[in-house]
Design a protein around this ligand. Structure first.
Ligand SMILES: NC(=O)c1ccc[n+]([C@@H]2O[C@H](COP(=O)([O-])OP(=O)(O)OC[C@H]3O[C@@H](n4cnc5c(N)ncnc54)[C@H](OP(=O)(O)O)[C@@H]3O)[C@@H](O)[C@H]2O)c1
Length: 323
């Protein structure tokens, strides 16, 4: 199943995958309609696109992030283009690092909609800085936000799912939770931690087969992730995000995420090549993966220091071959 999920999500042969998918997978519309879905990090990028695609399905949506005006913009667009009414969308401001607020936020969702079917733990930030140049506070912040914030919110929602013996906890991890690359030491650590924690949680919940833990690992996807990435200091962000247009379209990543959610997939890798191949190497041939990462790592650092996106040049090689 594990390998099968990965193969379904790769882009090696989209026509074959698209023709085979309906034979194996339930439709998103059938499985997700009428659900209450809580999306964190809904003000931008992957979370924002999730809100748009979910709003076409007839779900009840809870949109969380820190920037309320951005959430209001997303809600307006959901109402313009989706099938929802104003009462179907709750804007719930939430700072993942403010753990004392998570219990109250969970109660607010239950008060509004009476249940939580799906929690999508999506909010997070990345990092672009060398470990030796990076202040310790940056590593702390990434663990507080990406790891502990996610764990805390999940712990608040889980008792409700356990009581109902059903629910889906989705974790938007990253290939950086499987692969380690230079410039993202704190980010990779936080995402590796999530992988360890949620795989353990799944094993502890075997008494509740109706509760699904779904780890989703996207590769590079078009969003504001690099622009918002932490740099050497907590107060500093990346100066030049570089061209992001070569990355997987946000809409495609989210479509694949919804297929995974509708079908209760537990381990989901979503990436263009060659990133998916590198993840396979880390999984199955770590010695070779370390050798390749060390070679490509120098290029990654050079790209970043010259103002390009860190991964841009690997993609060009692949793209040229396919044009
Ligand atoms: N894009 C990629 O290439 C990629 C690849 C792999 C994994 N991912 C993962 O995908 C998730 C979404 O990232 P994205 O690519 O969509 O980036 P993005 O466009 O920068 O969006 C990040 C979201 O996280 C929210 N957020 C940041 N700090 C927060 C905090 N303290 N409390 C609550 N929410 C917070 C932001 O909202 P506010 O600023 O309004 O709070 C925003 O909505 C992240 O977990 C990221 O690690 C992304």
């Amino acid at each position: 199943m594990f390998v099968c999920c990965q193969s379904l999500m790769c882009r090696c042969d989209p026509s074959l995958i698209h023709s085979l998918l309906p034979l194996f997978l339930s439709s998103i519309e059938w499985e997700l309609t009428d659900m209450v879905v809580w999306v964190t990090g809904a003000s931008s990028g992957i979370g924002e696109e999730l809100a748009y695609q979910l709003s076409k399905l007839g779900v009840s949506l809870v949109l969380s992030a820190r920037r309320v005006h951005e959430l209001e913009r997303v809600k307006r667009k959901c109402l313009e283009n989706g099938n929802l009414k104003g009462k179907d969308i709750l804007i719930l401001p939430l700072d993942l690092t403010d753990r004392s607020s998570h219990e109250g936020a969970t109660k607010a969702v239950l008060q509004e909609f009476g249940k939580i079917d799906i929690l999508v733990n999506n909010g997070g930030r990345s990092q672009r800085s060398l470990i030796m140049d990076t202040n310790f506070d940056v590593f702390k912040e990434l663990i507080e936000l990406n790891y502990l914030g996610t764990v805390s919110l999940t712990k608040c929602v889980l008792p409700h799912m356990i009581e109902r013996k059903q629910g889906k906890i989705v974790i938007v991890n990253s290939l950086a939770g499987i692969v380690s690359v230079p410039l993202s030491g704190g980010y990779c650590a936080s995402k590796h931690a999530l992988r360890g924690f949620f795989n353990c949680l799944r094993s502890e919940l075997t008494k509740y087969p109706g509760i699904i833990i779904s780890n989703i690992y996207p590769g590079p996807v078009y969003s504001n992730i690099v622009k918002n990435a932490l740099a050497e200091e907590v107060t500093k962000t990346v100066v030049h995000a570089g061209d992001q247009s070569y990355k997987m379209a946000t809409s495609r990543c989210v479509r694949l995420m919804l297929i995974a959610m509708a079908n209760d997939l537990k381990e989901v890798w979503i990436a263009e090549q060659p990133f998916l191949l590198v993840a396979y190497l880390w999984q199955y041939m770590p010695t070779l993966a370390i050798w390749i990462t060390n070679k490509l790592g120098k290029k990654r650092i050079n790209n970043f220091q010259s103002g390009k996106d860190a991964d841009s040049s690997y993609f060009k090689i692949w793209k040229t071959k396919h044009e």
